[in-house]
Design a protein around this ligand. Structure first.
Ligand code: DX5
Ligand code: ZN
Length: 225
């Protein structure tokens, strides 16, 4: 049975209390932390970077899932791993060479993943699928939390899932943007195993119950598979 994991995006969290927020997420059973790095060039927004990741890595033992929305991920990949990233995902649409960037992340000791924006066909990652641990399908345009799920991205997840089964590959399929109790079952059924959840989680009075409900749906859906 496929194991579904939830990566909490701290983009929508209270930035003045990040250590407490992360402690709460860990207590609530979150599988990993999703850390959105934006440079104001690749996307029209700026968030946080190396010093914040390093500081947070010192206050939690959680798995750090770092999503680089920056133009030159190859220039920074190794430093993000040294700052605490356990998984680094970077955009195929960035300026860096994908193979060199994957190698830099692996050599630094972390898992590597490629991210594709909504307009990028999934077939463009085929040359790299045997080299990465994760493929991240953006289910909104990258840049901001709280956007609505793009339903036509479900087909992309289905395509990547079918390809993985056909060729016996091992990458995990991550989705990011607009994931909530209504959209999660659709991406899980399509083959996603790693769900990034941001604003939905922070709206919940009981995040543990919300995550458990999504995981329970996943168990039911996997039983049907
Ligand atoms: C958007 C970010 C997402 C974002 C998701 O560019 O990559 O990780 O935080 O937030 P929600 O779950 O609110 O769509
Ligand atoms: Zn993200």
């Amino acid at each position: 049975m496929r194991k579904i994991q939830i990566s909490a995006s701290i983009l929508s969290a209270d930035m003045a209390n990040l250590a407490d927020v992360i402690d709460g997420l860990e207590q609530a059973g979150t599988d990993m932390l999703h850390f959105d790095v934006m440079d104001g060039h690749f996307v029209p927004n700026i968030t946080f970077g190396l010093p914040v990741l390093e500081a947070l890595d010192h206050v939690t033992g959680m798995f750090m899932d770092v999503h680089l929305m920056i133009e030159e991920p190859l220039c920074y990949a190794e430093r993000f791993v040294r700052a605490g990233a356990d998984l680094v995902t970077f955009h195929l649409e960035s300026k860096s060479d994908p193979v060199k960037t994957i190698e830099a992340i692996h050599q630094a000791g972390a898992q590597a993943g490629i991210v594709i924006k909504p307009d990028t066909p999934w077939e463009e990652v085929i040359p790299y699928l045997d080299q990465v641990e994760v493929i991240l399908v953006m289910t909104v345009e990258p840049g901001f939390g709280g956007q609505s799920f793009l339903w036509h991205m479900v087909k992309k997840v289905e395509g990547l899932s079918a390809y993985k089964n056909e060729y016996g590959l091992n990458y995990r399929i991550q989705v990011d943007g607009g994931i909530n109790a209504d959209t999660a079952p659709h991406v899980i059924r399509a083959g996603a195993d790693l769900l990034v959840i941001g604003s939905y989680l922070f709206r919940q009075a009981n995040p543990r119950a919300a995550m458990d409900a999504i995981r329970e749906q996943a168990v039911k859906l996997s039983a049907v598979d």
